[in-house]
Write a protein that binds this ligand. Sequence first.
Ligand code: FES
Length: 103
Amino acid sequence: EMNWTDALAAADLPGDDVIGVAVAGRDIAVYTVGDEIYATDNLCTHGNARLCDGFLEGHEIECPLHQGKFDVRNGQPTCSPVTQALRSYPVKIEAGRVFVQVD
Ligand code: FES
């Protein structure tokens, strides 16, 4: 069963950037890349850093702490020192709101 949770207004999405949002008690990073939107866990899998404080370039988010990188489309690590994938979540826009499927 799909369980979509309202995360934020689409108008509040940053352009080609990342924002941290609390969704159903989870810390989620929402990314925009052109017209596309992605969502992953916000906490880096390598340490205590939030990816919303990092640097998004194309489909890659760079962690602010040790500069590890992940592909925001699927959470896969793309640059050391990160080795463990981020959980990624389905995301959609409907009626001007951004919804994330967290469960
Ligand atoms: Fe993110 Fe180390 S905490 S790369």
